[in-house]
Write a protein that binds this ligand. Structure first.
Ligand SMILES: *[C@@H]1O[C@H](CO)[C@@H](O)[C@H](O)[C@H]1NC(C)=O
Ligand SMILES: *[C@@H]1O[C@H](CO)[C@@H](O)[C@H](O)[C@H]1NC(C)=O
Ligand SMILES: *[C@@H]1O[C@H](CO)[C@@H](O)[C@H](O)[C@H]1NC(C)=O
Ligand SMILES: *[C@@H]1O[C@H](CO)[C@@H](O)[C@H](O)[C@H]1NC(C)=O
Ligand SMILES: *[C@@H]1O[C@H](CO)[C@@H](O)[C@H](O)[C@H]1NC(C)=O
Length: 439
């Protein structure tokens, strides 16, 4: 067995210096540039603009392996079907925050504004931030409700109080607990002014975290962009018409040009669309219809049933901003991988963590095309391969869905979305994809 340490020692660590040196230096001036209109800059959580990047200065290989391990936990959450009780939409269940979100934006909360970093997450509805006095929250940056004149708690009688897990009434205010693994958080359901770029959204409902135990609570807040009733898409429906797009920069990029564009204004016109599908049992998720996959010019052999959308079992394909590496249901992954290896003229294959198709010789990869209903998206090498910095190892940056979960869901993840604009157009029930360089 190859141990992670051995794997790391096989890889060049030169990116380490990028992360390290920028950490020591003063914040890059580009980091403080303002957001404009309805556009927010999007940062990778490990970027030099992010105070949340790991303090220990993870090497490239370590961060890749860690991201992949966290993907595993996220897939578990994404693969769980709701129990069918439509009235109960958890603001954030334990499983929903076990993942480590990857891309962050700045959000101003309260009056006067306090700047918080929040992870954007298309598969969650929740919004929450750590609050003053929080016992056990890992972040030193917390939101202080006492300093905001527009802050208020949500009463027990409010409809939103029925949508959170384990609601309790402390006096008249609604609070709730969530547990996950060995960890728990306790939060007060609250409302305050959220300002996204230049747009004020009064009375935004979110969880103000008072107490956290265990080590899995991510330090930043979470901004859910899912489709459910407590998400940004629903709460700001009149402003943004359930329409937004983003371009995610490469996680290696030191540029800060990723963006989250909210609302129908300024969205790309030259863009290809595929229909958006709705699963009432997973109301947050953005399902699409993946019908086939091409490696180079060859459509690989995948039984159509393996890719079919099925609301009852949860089967199908989603776009997700929080998973890093695309996961395909096993029959699809195996078909893609086998064809990919064949194109490499059967050069010797090694593995790295959960990646099973890696090469220690230079390779030229074929394109991979996701064939959705009405839309083919052809990915260039940058979206397909992950390279160690010295080029000593290169892996196909996808994997099969983990087999310890209900493995019927394929997830188009952030690495495969980087440098594309992904447009979520809920009123017209469609998802658009266009190339856009934003690294
Ligand atoms: C949050 O809830 C706790 C327990 O109900 C309460 O003691 C605390 O004052 C609340 N905090 C705020 C900011 O409302
Ligand atoms: C929530 O957590 C608080 C403090 O940890 C505890 O006193 C309370 O009993 C919990 N409530 C529920 C419903 O679990
Ligand atoms: C926000 O809540 C306050 C107090 O409940 C209310 O007076 C105000 O009208 C609300 N604002 C909007 C825009 O709904
Ligand atoms: C940053 O942007 C510049 C110009 O826009 C480009 O030349 C450079 O390659 C980018 N850097 C990275 C790491 O992507
Ligand atoms: C996608 O590619 C397949 C196979 O090459 C082709 O048959 C199909 O017409 C294409 N679909 C679109 C919408 O371009």
């Amino acid at each position: 067995m190859r141990t992670p340490q051995l794997v790391i020692s096989l890889l060049s660590l030169s990116l380490l210096f990028l992360f390290h040196s920028s950490r020591a230096a003063t914040l890059d001036p580009r980091c403080s540039a303002a957001d404009h209109g309805s556009n927010l800059r999007v940062f990778h959580v490990n970027s030099p603009c992010s105070p949340l990047r790991p303090a220990t200065g993870l090497s490239w290989a370590e961060s890749v392996l860690r991201m992949q391990a966290e993907d595993q936990a996220r897939l578990q959450f994404l693969s769980i079907l709701a129990d069918g009780k439509k009235s109960s939409v958890p603001i954030a269940s334990g499983r929903q925050i076990i993942q480590s979100p990857t891309y962050i934006v700045r959000v101003q909360i309260g009056t006067p504004a306090q700047t918080m970093l929040m992870a954007v997450d298309t598969s969650n509805d929740a919004a929450w931030v750590p609050c003053t006095g929080c016992v056990g929250c890992p972040s030193s940056t917390v939101f202080d409700p006492a300093k905001s004149s527009s802050f208020k708690t949500v009463g027990c009688q409010a409809a939103q109080c029925q949508q959170v897990p384990n609601p309790t009434c402390g006096g008249s205010a609604c609070s709730f607990n969530m547990s996950y693994g060995g960890s728990t958080i306790a939060a007060n359901l609250s409302q305050d002014l959220f300002t996204l770029a230049a747009d004020p959204i009064p009375n935004y409902t979110f969880g103000c975290i008072q107490k956290a135990t265990g080590s899995s609570v991510p330090p930043q807040g979470l901004l859910g962009l899912g489709r459910g009733p407590l998400s940004l898409v629903s709460q700001a429906q009149s402003l943004y018409k359930s329409t937004f797009s983003y371009c995610l920069p490469s996680f290696k990029s030191l540029n800060f040009s990723g963006s989250l564009r909210l609302g129908p204004v300024g969205q790309p016109i030259r863009i290809k669309f595929t229909p958006l599908l709705k699963n009432p049992r997973r109301s947050s998720l953005y399902y699409v219809n993946l019908v086939g996959i091409r490696v180079g010019s060859k459509v690989v052999d995948i039984p159509p049933a393996a890719l079919a959308f099925n609301p009852t079992t949860g089967a199908g394909t989603i776009f997700d901003s929080g998973t890093v590496f695309t996961r395909l249901v096993a029959p699809a992954y195996v078909a893609v991988r086998d064809e990919f290896r064949k194109r490499m003229k059967n050069a010797p294959v090694t593995s790295l963590g959960g990646f099973d198709t890696c090469y220690s010789v230079p390779i030229v990869a074929p394109t991979i095309t996701f064939m959705f209903s009405g839309m083919n998206v052809t990915l260039p090498q940058d979206n397909i391969l992950i390279h160690s910095t010295a080029g000593s190892i290169t892996c196909l940056a996808m994997a099969a869905a983990p087999d310890n979960v209900n493995s019927v869901l394929s997830v188009i993840a952030s690495m495969q979305q980087q440098n594309h604009r992904i447009l979520f157009d809920v009123p017209n029930s469609r998802v658009g994809v266009a190339r856009e360089t934003c690294s």
